[in-house]
Design a protein around this ligand. Structure first.
Ligand code: ADP
Length: 545
């Protein structure tokens, strides 16, 4: 073999912001701020302020490799830290404020964070952290002096004072592309959260996949609303992909209710929006309640939905009421996160609306860079027939090989990581997640997909949200129990719900019972908290029948 002669330039996060500043300097970053007003700046401004942030961090004694934490919503100051911190060689640790305070303390300690940048909303949480024992040395409030509230945080400094004093002519250092750039913890639904440590190389490669036409097709033509938080897997890589492509970004700050999102979409002429199903359910409720006409008022063409399964009913509503196409995607924190994206193939050009919706129920096909397979309990690969369900294993350059500060790796001899998900793959390569391995319902030796049942139940107009868990059964070992939250003003009974499901799922999948509750528990990333549900219904026994 002979060595190629191409230049060996490191893939660094700083190259993304340099590119945006040189070639998309005027593209706008619109932020709804914690202070209230809408703030406007450009990729050019983000670049300058990121350099000022790097200078300020250097002045504070931050060294390459140090961990710098944020507790912040989606906004321009958070965005400039993405580049300022990683660009100088330090590691940006985006802490999820929705975790329990004890978990936040745990991960700040585990990460060894030295400095914390935080939004105004989190002052009480940070006052609590100050009293706890953590390695944090400095606290920076992401605002200016006028908006600083009285608070009990020693040595507190305002972000604008910190970076405003710096010239902003910092030159990004060159270093090995395998250097760590950012750190995210999984939500730790079972056990302690685990740290996933991304590298500059993995972040840049992942951005290319996000921008690719068969990925999320992000380009300079898009105005992208990032509803997915920047503390949740780097907002699915959009802060990096946005700079790579020069997309116009709209960052909604703390206001994630249906009305605020709708107004932002309308006023900022958003074309692409990204978020988990629960936020879209809230948006749809607002649209119905206020009798709005989104197809006439908005410019929305695509909605990326991931994090949990996108029910058919949501994709249908976006198509009919908004004239927008739902791009269903699957991934996880350990995968940066994008693994599969549900784009259509040329053969689907003549599909009917119903056929398209059936495809959109699937999580899509792997993007280049993600190698995946489904296997049985013995590790034997399963057929791509859309029926055989197995453990989903993945490998690739933006998939983790181990967790931060854990000695053992987390991949098998062939380099595959077990996602903990169960999936089918059809003959066109479309993956469909049927369950998390621990949520699957094992009934009489067969598996019932809780996700498929939930999505079918959501199709009933009176259902706001639905969860299915396994409950013990003497004869069948486990049987499905359906737990439903009704839409405000609607009522439903067990028999009507079961009659609706009949014909939509196999008869032997029909839940043994339906329970109605006022609300369902969620995890810090907005997913159904199945573990807590199982605990809540531990002693539940379905009626004999
Ligand atoms: P957590 O910290 O809750 O694990 P992640 O965002 O990393 O947060 O969760 C990843 C998991 O979310 C996947 O393993 C899968 O179970 C689920 N998931 C993500 N996207 C989808 C999707 N489109 N459909 C169904 N499940 C999904």
């Amino acid at each position: 073999m002979i060595k190629g002669l191409m230049q060996d330039r490191p893939l660094l996060v700083s190259t993304l912001i340099e590119h945006a500043a040189r070639w998309h300097a005027q593209a706008e970053i619109v932020s709804r701020t914690c202070e209230g007003p809408i703030h406007r700046c450009t990729w050019g401004d983000i670049d300058r302020r990121a350099r000022q942030a790097a200078e300020a961090l250097t002045a504070l004694g931050v060294r390459p490799g140090d961990r710098v934490a944020t507790l912040a919503w989606n906004g321009y100051r958070h965005l400039e830290l993405y580049y300022g911190v990683s660009g100088m060689g330090a590691v940006l640790h985006t802490v999820n404020p929705r975790l329990f305070p004890e978990q936040i303390e745990y991960i700040i300690n585990h990460a060894g964070d030295r400095i914390l940048f935080f939004d105004l909303s989190f002052v009480p949480l940070v006052e609590r952290l100050v009293r706890a024992k953590t390695p944090l040395e400095r606290y920076v409030l992401l605002t200016d002096r006028e908006h600083r509230p009285p608070c009990d945080i020693p040595g507190l400094i305002c972000h604008e004072d910190l970076i405003g004093a710096q010239p902003g002519d910092y030159r990004w250092p060159q270093f090995d592309e395998n250097t760590a750039s950012s750190l995210c913890y999984t939500s730790g639904t079972t056990g302690n959260p685990k740290g996933v440590l991304y590298s500059h190389r993995s972040s840049v490669l992942h951005s290319w996949a996000v921008c690719a036409a068969d990925g999320l097709a992000v380009s300079a033509h898009e105005t992208a609303l990032l509803v997915v938080p920047m503390f949740h897997v780097n907002a699915w890589g959009m802060p990096y992909a946005g700079a790579m492509s020069g997309a116009r970004l709209v960052l909604p700050g703390p206001a994630l209710d249906g009305r605020s999102l709708y107004e932002l979409m309308r006023d900022e002429r958003v074309t692409l929006a990204l978020g988990v199903p629960t936020v879209w359910l809230m948006l749809l409720q607002h649209v119905d309640g206020a009798g709005l006409r989104p197809a006439d008022e908005l410019c929305l063409t695509r909605v990326v939905i991931g994090g949990s399964s996108a029910p058919r009913a949501i994709s249908e509503r976006f198509a009919t009421t908004f004239g927008a196409f739902v791009v269903h995607a699957w991934g996880m924190t350990e995968m940066s996160p994008v693994g599969t994206v549900c784009n259509l193939l040329p053969k689907h050009a003549g599909c009917t609306a119903e056929e398209r919706l059936t495809i959109q129920e699937k999580q899509g096909r792997p993007v280049y860079g993600v190698d995946l397979k489904i296997v049985d309990d013995d590790g034997v690969s399963l057929a791509h027939d859309g029926k055989a369900a197995g453990h989903l294993l993945v490998r690739g350059p933006w998939i983790t090989g181990g967790y931060y500060r854990e000695e053992a790796g987390c991949v098998d001899e062939a380099g595959f990581f077990d996602t903990g998900d169960v999936a089918t793959i059809d003959s066109d390569g479309y993956l469909q997640i049927t369950d998390r391995a621990k949520d699957v319902i094992k009934s009489g030796g067969e598996w019932i997909s809780s996700i498929a049942l939930e999505n079918a139940a959501i199709g009933h107009p009176a259902v706001a949200e639905a969860a299915v868990i396994a409950v013990e059964h003497e004869k069948w070992q486990e049987r499905p129990l359906l737990i439903v939250v009704c839409r405000p003003g609607s009522t439903l009974d067990r028999e009507t719900m079961l009659a609706f499901l009949k014909g939509r799922v196999a008869d032997w999948w029909l839940p043994d019972d339906v329970v109605f509750v006022d609300e369902l528990p969620h995890t810090a990333t907005g997913k159904l908290h199945k573990l807590r549900l199982r605990q809540m219904f531990r002693d539940y026994r379905p009626p004999p029948g």
